[in-house]
Design a protein around this ligand. Sequence first.
Ligand code: SF4
Ligand code: MG
Length: 321
Amino acid sequence: NDTILEVNNLKKYFPIKGGVLRRTVGHVKAVDDVSLKVFRGETLGIVGESGSGKSTLGRVILRLLSPTDGQILFENEDITSKSNRQLRPIRKDMQIVFQDPYASLNPSMSVQELIEEPLIVQTNLDKNERKKKVNEILDKVGLRTSDQLKYPHEFSGGQRQRISIARALVLNPKFVVCDEPVSALDVSIQAQVLNLMADLQDELNLTYLFISHDLSVVKHISDRVAVMYLGRIAEVAPKREIYEKPLHPYTQALLSSIPTVDKNSRREKIILQGDLPSPSNPPSGCPFRTRCPKAFDLCSEVRPELKDMGNNHYVACHLYE
Ligand code: SF4
Ligand code: MG
């Protein structure tokens, strides 16, 4: 497999300031020792509750945030500590589609201006060449040439997300972080946008890191799925493995709460106890132990590392040692 992106022992800690002196009194461990690979042309789904660190992970990978520790390799090039100036030529290849197309599009810019802007910033194309690119990408995302003169408020949520996608793809990137790209949309529109993204992936040879809290959305679009809990990866495997043979008690609980089509394989719903612990004060040992129905002594003492279970299936849980 051809690896486009590799992350080794990545950490992102945010300082918590307290007291009159605003001293650092602790850290939110948003991403806590994550290692993963993304293969060229695939969609790696990242799934987790809000507060699991998945959005922070996406932003650190793109170097929109600097990592606290660890390493990021993009196309075998170490981009962990590159300056903004050094990152400039690489940014063109790495783009992001945000969750909220209402907040992420400048309302005072026309569609034309919104999509042309990255070309002005990142390329030396002249006005005519830019115009041609804008027209091409509008057509690809299913918008009309005449839509160019309109403003974001004149469009529905789904159409706006098409504008955001056009803006991200106009530079012809290789790797796109999709951060909950359909979560703000009506369920009836979600499938349309997901299908569009899948078509564009094939047509433009894109690799996606697809972040979502919604297991059914991730199932629709991913080749592999990584499950995050409190800043760490609990389990990562090809889609079929995750959905048919989940090994981690957390993955099992998440899956038990989504409806299955197959009536014979109806799963018992596993109710998780308690809330997600604070990422500033995670439990010792296994971060899931305070809510795990299968926790035993070792779980509070030793942090489980990802273990290779075969078939590209990795799980971080002491039950499998
Ligand atoms: Fe549960 Fe222990 Fe496995 Fe963590 S390591 S998921 S607490 S059984
Ligand atoms: Mg695909």
